[in-house]
Design a binder for this molecule. Structure first.
Ligand code: HEM
Length: 136
């Protein structure tokens, strides 16, 4: 693998890792908060984190395509893990967009449920990352 390719993957991985921290950390912290302003700030951070994961995750594949003219050669459990991560990111984006747009009308229980759901999605995705890594 060339230095340019290694550098590309490394830079994307840095972005992807910080996105993971934002989604997992922001969601779990928000489950402990009751202050609406703080939770909205965290919702912005977590939404940015989810979008970052989808974009940087896709960029991994694009870099492979650029250098090898084909997408990553993965199968079995790696594909399942990637699919789970993509579903989590899609649901995470939709959930946080809904939260920022609509949560002023939600009950306290509804807001709490949203943060627990975002935490479950983020923890599932970061766990899936380990299977994608070691089954590829
Ligand atoms: C559309 C969504 C996503 C895509 C397409 C994607 C794709 C990828 C790819 C291709 C890798 C490199 C795998 C390898 O080294 O073989 C990776 C690594 C990783 N992803 Fe994602 N990802 C997505 C979402 C997420 C999310 C939501 C999280 C966490 C909340 C996450 C956390 C990680 C972590 C921690 C790694 C590094 C794993 C390691 O090397 O040990 N990803 N992801």
């Amino acid at each position: 693998m060339s230095a340019a390719q290694n550098l590309s993957y490394s830079v994307i991985q840095v972005v992807h890792n910080f996105g993971a921290v934002a989604t997992v950390g922001g969601s779990v912290i928000a489950t402990r908060l009751r202050d609406d302003l703080m939770r909205r700030r965290l919702a912005n951070l977590v939404l940015i984190g989810w979008v970052t994961q989808a974009v940087s995750g896709a960029t991994f594949g694009m870099v492979t395509y650029h250098f090898y003219h084909q997408l990553p050669d993965i199968s079995g459990i790696a594909v399942d893990a990637l699919a789970i991560k993509m579903v989590c990111a899609t649901l995470g984006i939709l959930l946080l967009a809904a939260y920022l747009w609509q949560s002023r009308r939600w009950t306290e229980q509804g807001k709490s449920n949203a943060w627990v759901s975002s935490s479950v999605l983020a923890i599932t995705a970061i766990s899936g990352a380990a299977f994608l890594r070691w089954f590829s």
